[in-house]
Design a protein around this ligand. Structure first.
Ligand SMILES: [Zn+2]
Length: 222
């Protein structure tokens, strides 16, 4: 009966899923442009921040292109309420991390927040489920409210790097939250493109305490 109301369809291609498949059909699962195996301490993602930030590691699960499956899946996660995809991606990420040589130890996971206004509009932060599920499987605490995002003017996004940097000041650390010195924080977002958002969050964290920092995203736009 439930299937009438919630047809079990693949989030990638809309075809009906065979019993046992979750979220994605076998074809789409095989087509996922997975970034791993990679060296999580030295790759294009890490190098993007050379001279800007000192990072321990950075890694993404999927490659993003304008027409590929990753784009379709992120769209489903972000705008179509398919939050379960976050859990699916987290499981794939944990699996991939297990196969890397220097498996990192994190002390805390923090998702990049949405502004309250945008969160009210969408109903959820598309990164939270991914972050919470990562934390559960890596056995690392997750603090979705550690950072606060203030609404910036939308037009700033389209301007150059300097203007984007001004948006950096729209992130703040929650006053109820203490960062332990020396802890290794994994900052998590859905996608990295210019890296400006991650950089802005990172600077707020690094300016507050002597910590170690890594980035993880569901997708990377290369
Ligand atoms: Zn499919």
């Amino acid at each position: 009966m439930l299937k009438l109301f919630f047809p079990h369809l693949c989030c990638g291609c809309d075809r009906r899923l065979s019993d046992g498949s979750q979220m994605l059909c076998v074809n789409c699962q095989n087509e996922l442009p997975i970034c791993f195996p990679i060296n999580i301490n030295d790759n294009a993602f890490v190098r993007q921040f050379y001279g800007r930030l000192r990072l321990e590691s950075a890694f993404s699960l999927l490659r993003f292109e304008k027409t590929n499956l990753t784009q379709q899946l992120l769209h489903q996660l972000k705008y179509k309420g398919q939050q379960q995809l976050g859990v699916f991606f987290a499981l794939r990420m944990v699996e991939a991390l297990k196969s890397t040589q220097n498996q990192p130890k994190f002390d805390l996971i923090i998702p990049v927040p949405l502004s309250n206004k945008r969160k009210r509009k969408r109903g959820y932060n598309q990164v939270d489920r991914f972050a919470l599920s990562l934390g559960k499987h890596l056995q690392v605490p997750v603090l979705p409210k550690a950072l606060i995002r203030k609404d910036g003017k939308r037009s700033l996004v389209k301007l150059g790097r300097k203007s984007r940097f001004q948006r950096a000041h729209h992130f703040e650390i929650n006053k109820n939250f203490e960062l332990a010195k020396g802890s290794h924080i994994l900052l998590v977002d859905d996608i990295v493109t210019t890296g400006a958002t991650l950089e802005a969050c990172a600077k707020v964290l690094l300016n507050t305490r002597d910590i170690k920092l890594s980035f993880a995203t569901i997708a990377i736009s290369e």
